[in-house]
Design a protein around this ligand. Structure first.
Ligand SMILES: [Zn+2]
Ligand SMILES: [Zn+2]
Length: 445
């Protein structure tokens, strides 16, 4: 699973240099100039690790299999040493046959390339390595392309929204972000990427995208389909809602959060990417992991610190009941059902309005009687007591002032949770009134 790669920090990097080299030896058509520009480090490293030749060989752009006459017969002895000395890329086509014939070729090369100077035609790619792949004029036989060469070493899938790090390594944007959540170093070469993380300038590598679009369009559209399905799954705010397990949240009440845990960084990022900008907030439950009721929060603003932490400004939007608990990539999820107040009519409604007005007045008395410093503290955190609602049943969550009061009253989380879960405004108002009476009496004593 992908998650395992990201959850274990001490995990050896999924793609080690020798793996790079072995996969490189299977590349039939390698747009070496592109590869060079996208993976300068990997490329040269793979060349060096793949053979015991000197560093000057690592600088050549030609891999053994670049020679199309080598029909995939990967033998231990390659024409590498010879090609290494020839200082590619050639600028003069005529010089190749003559140079080849004048050099003492190794036996295996001779056996495999019985061509004489008259029939040997160097492939165009060797002659114009910088132009061949970009011009688009050249037909590339599809069997010579291997999508495995364009795989992200983190998710082992085709690059999606590829970005290159300052150290020159390429990953899918989302994969890289998840790695940086845990550790601000390159997952491959361990170069420090703190500064890169701080600037958050993850520019797409357009060249790689171009290569994918042009040569691996089928694989790319398949990859895009998977990505879109994942996104759709993540956007479903009924089936699998991400749950932040932290504190009590209430409808209409702001809830600023300091996000530093990798799993929650991922959750916040996803809620922004999918466009839902929402997730559920629940308090801890010793047995189940999180409580059976919670409040959806909507992200209003995110401020990122250079080290990847963030302060997320959210506001409560709707209450929910948890139907089942789940997990995804390290964070909790839940299947939920939204809660709405039951509406009353006629006589019952008239009574409800009366109760609503009287509890509101009680709340005002309690708040104005508070000591000045206490009052200021509440005001700076939660703002003023919201006004009385002309229609207490106007919102499925009931009047906002009720939630404001519930948030500021000195109540334990469990008691707050019980009141949050009530779908009868009448019951909620009566519960709040009991608390108001209790705290007023306590202070009077
Ligand atoms: Zn990836
Ligand atoms: Zn790197």
């Amino acid at each position: 699973m992908i998650s395992s790669v990201f959850e274990r920090d001490s995990l050896p990097t999924p793609l080690r240099p020798h793996q790079v080299s072995s996969s490189a030896s299977h590349i039939h058509l390698k747009p070496s100039t592109l590869q060079g520009s996208l993976h300068p480090y990997t490329h040269s490293q793979s060349m060096g690790a793949g053979s015991s030749k000197g560093p000057e060989q690592g600088a050549t752009r030609i891999t053994p299999s670049d020679d199309p006459s080598d029909q995939g017969g990967l033998e231990p002895l390659k024409p590498q040493p010879l090609l290494g000395k020839l200082q590619f890329p050639f600028q003069d086509a005529k010089s190749l046959p003559s140079t080849l014939s004048s050099l003492p070729a190794p036996p295996s090369l001779k056996r495999k390339h019985p061509c004489d100077s008259a029939t040997f035609t160097p492939p165009a790619k060797l002659l114009k390595p910088d132009v061949a792949c970009l011009s688009g004029a050249r037909e590339v036989p599809s069997q010579l392309l291997d999508s495995a060469d364009m795989e992200c070493s983190l998710c082992m899938r085709l690059f999606y929204e590829p970005v290159a790090t300052p150290c020159g390594h390429t990953f899918c944007l989302k994969c890289l972000e998840r790695c940086l959540d845990h550790n601000p170093t390159c997952p491959l070469c361990k170069e420090n990427l703190s500064e890169y993380l701080a600037t958050r300038r993850y520019n797409k590598t357009l060249l790689m995208e171009e290569v994918l679009v042009r040569y691996l369009s089928e694989e790319l559209s398949e990859r895009r389909k998977i990505h879109e399905e994942e996104l759709k799954e993540l956007s479903n705010l009924n089936q699998e809602v991400p749950i932040f397990v932290c504190t009590m949240a209430f409808p209409t009440i702001p809830c600023p959060l300091h996000v530093f845990e990798p799993r929650y960084r991922l959750m916040i990022r996803r809620s922004m990417e999918t466009g839902t900008k929402q997730f559920g907030m629940c308090i801890v439950d010793e047995l189940k992991g999180f409580a059976d009721y919670g409040c959806m929060l909507e992200v209003r603003d995110v401020k990122f610190f250079p080290d990847g932490r963030s302060v997320v400004d959210t506001i409560g939007v709707a209450r929910f009941k948890v139907l089942s608990h789940g997990q995804r990539d390290g964070y909790h999820t839940a299947k939920i059902e939204y809660l709405e107040d039951k509406k009353l009519e006629g006589e019952e409604l008239a009574e409800l309005v009366k109760l609503h007005d009287s509890v509101y007045d009680q709340a005002t008395v309690w708040f104005t009687s508070l000591k000045e410093n206490m009052k200021n503290q509440i005001l700076s955190h939660f703002g003023n007591l919201p006004g009385k609602d002309p229609d207490p049943q106007g919102s499925p969550n009931g009047p906002a002032w009720c939630w404001w009061l519930l948030a500021v009253l000195p109540l334990e989380n469990r008691a707050q949770l019980t009141i949050l879960s009530m779908t009868s405004l009448k019951d909620r108002l009566m519960a709040v009134r009991r608390v108001l009476i209790f705290v007023s009496r306590k202070r009077a004593r």
